[in-house]
Design a binder for this molecule. Structure first.
Ligand code: RIB
Ligand code: CA
Length: 324
């Protein structure tokens, strides 16, 4: 059971799936959402977070608007951030308190787990203001970074898990390098679900055909970016990996050590003693089955719950990995 789970997010089509799956996972006690300007501006990510909660009848979850990172990805998620979302705007607004105020209050009480699905701008602001608040975090699990351990040839060239904004940097890290350095340097236990994971978790059109038609449409239009840029046939499903890891960690394996971030947003990893864990392998079908199962729990599938395969990955032998 993961209590006091806060999702920091920049919805974002893949964020939308992650949030809905989290809210339909009994093992996860989601107590609040904080929004960050990332994929699209803060006003839009905040509106989208409320819209997603309204769509699944969970406006009881409070939303706190935060800060804005340095880059957007509207070319990936569309100007509305949700690839043409047909859902109505929520009838409520975000809380008066800011994300920073909310996170500070929650960390003062302690025992918080943070799922970060966008740039780390909000978390870094809290830790910079009061570094001691790091003690209030049990774990931070982020979608971000890339370590170059996975690559494949797609229709228009080679896809490398090093980066998806530049050849060396992934969007969430690239969008606020200083924030990433603050979080990785805070001493907090950080688990990273990088592109090395999410570039393996591609969603086929067959699978899309098993989803609610509106959700499938948003995911399919979101996948067009990968098709246009790399010639993918199927689009990567990045953010729900954070939620699936929290709920079913045995779907993943990786290495422990220390993550470093360059000025350009490149992430490197030194295995060994350290507060970080980098996930490098995933049971791809098991992950997608998990996501589809929880979208089904939200009533957003066309058919019944898919059969789950229980493949337990052994953690790989610890081999020194220096990001070469
Ligand atoms: O690089 C992928 C990440 O950037 C995901 O979190 C996606 O939502 C975008 O924010
Ligand atoms: Ca995101």
């Amino acid at each position: 059971m993961v209590d006091r789970l806060i999702i920091d997010t920049d919805p974002g089509v893949d964020d939308m799936v992650a949030i809905i799956a989290a809210l339909h996972t009994p093992e996860l006690d989601v107590v609040g959402l904080t929004t960050v300007g990332g994929n699209v501006p803060l006003e839009v990510t905040t509106r989208n977070a409320l819209c997603i909660l309204a769509r699944v009848g969970r406006l009881d979850i409070p939303v706190y608007a935060g800060l804005t990172a340095n880059h957007t990805a509207a070319h990936v998620h569309g100007d509305d951030g949700m690839a043409g979302c047909p859902w109505p705007v929520a009838s409520v607004t975000a809380q008066e308190a800011t994300a920073e105020e909310y996170l500070t209050g929650m960390l003062e009480k302690g025992g918080v787990t943070l799922a970060c699905l966008g740039p780390l701008t909000n978390v870094a602001a809290v830790l910079r203001a009061r570094p001691s608040l790091a003690g209030g975090l049990d774990e931070v699990v982020i979608m971000g970074g890339g370590f170059g351990t996975y690559a494949f040839e797609a229709g228009k060239g080679r896809v490398d898990s090093r980066g998806n904004v530049t050849g060396e940097a992934e969007f969430n890290i690239y969008s606020d390098v200083a924030a990433a350095r603050t979080v990785f340097g805070s001493g907090v236990k950080v688990t990273v679900a990088p592109l090395d994971i999410s570039q393996r978790t591609l969603v086929s059109r067959r699978r899309l055909g098993d989803l609610d038609v509106e959700v499938a449409g948003m995911l399919d239009r979101y996948a067009d970016f990968s098709r246009d840029k790399w010639g993918h046939t199927d689009g990567p499903l990045h953010d729900p990996n954070v939620i699936a890891y929290l709920a079913e960690p045995d779907l993943y394996s990786g290495l422990k050590g220390t993550v470093r971030v360059s000025n350009e947003g490149r992430t490197d990893f030194d295995s060994g003693p350290g507060p970080h864990k980098v996930l490098l392998r995933v049971d791809e079908e098991g992950y997608l089955d998990w996501v589809w199962e929880h979208m089904g729990a939200a009533g957003l599938r066309k058919r019944g719950v898919a059969e789950r395969r229980n493949v337990v990955l052994p953690w790989p032998a610890v081999t020194p990995y220096s990001g070469s």
